[in-house]
Design a protein around this ligand. Structure first.
Ligand SMILES: [Zn+2]
Length: 231
């Protein structure tokens, strides 16, 4: 079931109160249209009735797609600094719903689900694109780590993120996006062979692979954040 709750949010442009039908539980098996809306960026985006400025509500929801094996806890980018705590909370939520604390029937469904934690719309969308393209998200993050390593001056700062946005033929389209508004700063094309090489190299990347898949927050960002530095 997909669960909605009406909320009023002030328009960032004129301050008028805008009514949103917020989703806090999205079931993509029953509402494939909502998955499509996440992919095309229209989900939870609407225009202010007063000044017509379009804006998007920050996500805070659980996303379920049994058919594609996805269970994702989604939080706003603003909560990224709490990732360690939210990772534990997300894992506990999953365990209760589909893991070792769930009923036998739910555990059976849970066996086919990968619990994940993401921050923001771009990160959620990336997980959907990766699954659609048959890409393992841990390997994808390692590929991003390899890309950043190879750049002279990666535009890494607190307000940007590196996200897979599409896969076309032999290349992966990976973009530096502004977290606040999803604006593309720079589009990079990476040969899919880089992903394949990393996937095939079981020894060279094993330490990083292990740290990346230690919890549901499968994202290179975890190494760039304060709590990640010590790990
Ligand atoms: Zn407005």
């Amino acid at each position: 079931m997909s669960l909605f709750r009406p909320v009023s949010v002030p328009c960032p442009s004129c301050g008028a109160s805008v009514e949103f039908n917020t989703v806090f539980s999205l079931n993509a098996d029953r509402r494939p249209d909502l998955r499509v809306a996440v992919l095309n960026g229209s989900f939870q985006r609407q225009a202010c009735p007063q000044c017509n400025t379009e804006f998007r509500l920050d996500p805070e929801l659980t996303y379920l797609d049994v058919g594609r094996g996805q269970w994702i806890g989604v939080f706003p980018v603003a909560k990224l600094d709490q990732w360690k705590e939210l990772e534990a909370q997300t894992q506990a939520m999953f365990n209760k719903a589909y893991g070792d604390k769930a009923s036998a029937a739910a555990r059976e469904i849970g066996a086919g689900l990968k619990p994940r934690l993401v921050f923001g719309w771009s990160a959620l969308r990336e997980k959907l694109v990766a699954v659609e393209q048959g890409l393992d998200d841990v390997i994808l993050e390692l590929t991003k780590a390899a890309m950043v390593r190879g750049l002279d001056e990666p535009p890494v700062d607190a307000g940007t993120e590196l996200r897979l946005v599409a896969a076309e033929g032999d290349s992966l389209a990976v973009a530096w996006l502004v977290s606040a508004n999803e604006e593309v700063k720079e589009m990079l094309r990476v040969p899919r062979s880089l992903y394949d090489e990393i996937a095939a190299d079981t020894t060279g990347w094993s330490a990083l692979h292990e740290s990346l898949s230690a919890g549901p927050f499968v994202d290179v960002t975890r190494f760039l954040l304060p709590e990640g530095a010590a790990a």
